[in-house]
Design a protein around this ligand. Sequence first.
Ligand code: HEC
Length: 263
Amino acid sequence: MERFNFVFVVAGLGCFALAFVIQAVLPMAQYSGVEVVTMEQLSQDVPYQFEQLAEDYPTEFAAAFPDADFPTMPEKFAEALKTGKGSYVAEACWHCHTQQIRRRDPNKPNEVSGVGGDIQRWASDTASESIPAEYFNEMNYPHLFGTRRVGPDLFRESGRHSNDWHLAHFWNPRETSPYSVMPSYRWFFDDDQGLIPNKRGLSIVAYMQWLGSWHTQFAPTKYDNLPDVTFFDETDYPEVLIEVDDGGDEYGDDAYGDAEEDY
Ligand code: HEC
């Protein structure tokens, strides 16, 4: 009987040692040469949405991040990212959201939604799956891959919605997404109407807008970088509008006569 005990002890220790080598020693050796991007380095690229938060919520922003060196404020941004990620972990957002765009057959439709694979669903603007280099930074230590997808993947969240959309959504997800099962996070606000985001609120939005910003931060949605918008000249109105707009002969029959006859 004692011999059996001995065998079990050795087998147990052996399994432990093997697991330790495979899961800890080998990966450490494999990645020991990889340079990890520090918080200081990654916070140099401040996405424009963070500046927008400062512009749109000046009082709240000043209360949350005093003495911000507007508009370039990497230290404040780093602080917001850490606070935002802290909330993401503490509120267990990772229970429902993943942060990994997989390369599964992009054209294979999802059984429920009928949409294609990960790339088509959540990364269509970048058309790329997530790659190891995107995780080699302090913000991903530990990484937040997540395991379940009750909600959408968030690894390319930046720029998908505006700051205001996010705040409204955190206040009450069903205001923006009618059938949402996401809980509301009222403690991200200091009032009872969802108008005064506090430090946690501003930070979680900053974190959402950072995720994937390394791909999209030069998107044309930037306020001061809007593409030239050509407004309709009134003669350019599509014909279908003419009937609706044409209360009387304001524009004369000459210009639109033919179109009117068509209806
Ligand atoms: C119970 C599961 C659940 C939890 C917990 C949860 N969410 Fe969600 N989330 C969802 C669902 C479902 C949706 C899709 C419907 C919607 O837009 O609300 C969603 C949508 C989102 C979206 C919009 C994604 C997009 O691109 O449209 C963001 C951003 C988001 N969640 C962030 C968070 C954050 C941050 C937390 C934690 C503070 C969190 N979620 C916690 C389920 C959850």
